[in-house]
Design a protein around this ligand. Structure first.
Ligand SMILES: [Zn+2]
Length: 147
């Protein structure tokens, strides 16, 4: 068993604790760091799981990236892709919907693409989610070259 962040060998206790609370294998130091990020930003644990899955896939993601206005759950800065994890998708209100649209407008104006992913998709289809995001990254890269 090894930490998926620093590759340090971890004992059973660290393995059990990190997988039960965060759903990823982390050493004690990285568990503490991620827990701090979660407390400070109200980060869904699915964002942590997707972050590490994308990192493993070589996408160079950043967790809770500050875009100047707000913290983005996951950002792929090289292609200006922002990924937000929605945890209460079914209960979206009209105020929230118009706020989301306005946010989308601002990020497009600044050259960013924002995608919103319901947390259950990460829970049930983590691999497919990663495959699709890698495809989006490739598409964005191609578009950047064209411009
Ligand atoms: Zn570690």
């Amino acid at each position: 068993m090894a930490c998926i962040d620093c590759n340090k060998n971890i004992g059973y206790d660290a393995f059990k604790y990190s997988t039960e609370t965060l759903g990823v294998e982390l050493c004690e130091r990285h568990t503490r760091l991620i827990e701090k990020v979660i407390i400070e930003n109200d980060t869904p644990i699915e964002a942590v799981q997707l972050f590490y899955a994308l990192k493993e896939a070589g996408a160079n993601p950043m967790l809770e990236w500050w875009d100047g206005h707000k913290s983005v759950d996951i950002a792929i800065s090289r292609v200006k892709l922002n990924i937000e994890i929605d945890t209460d998708y079914q209960m979206i209100t009209h105020e929230q919907a118009i706020n989301d649209l306005e946010e989308a407008m601002h990020s497009f104006k600044n050259g960013f693409t924002t995608i919103r992913i319901p947390h259950v998709v990460i829970k049930y289809y983590l691999k497919d989610t990663v495959t699709n995001i890698l495809g989006i990254i490739q598409g964005l890269k191609a578009n950047i070259k064209v411009i």
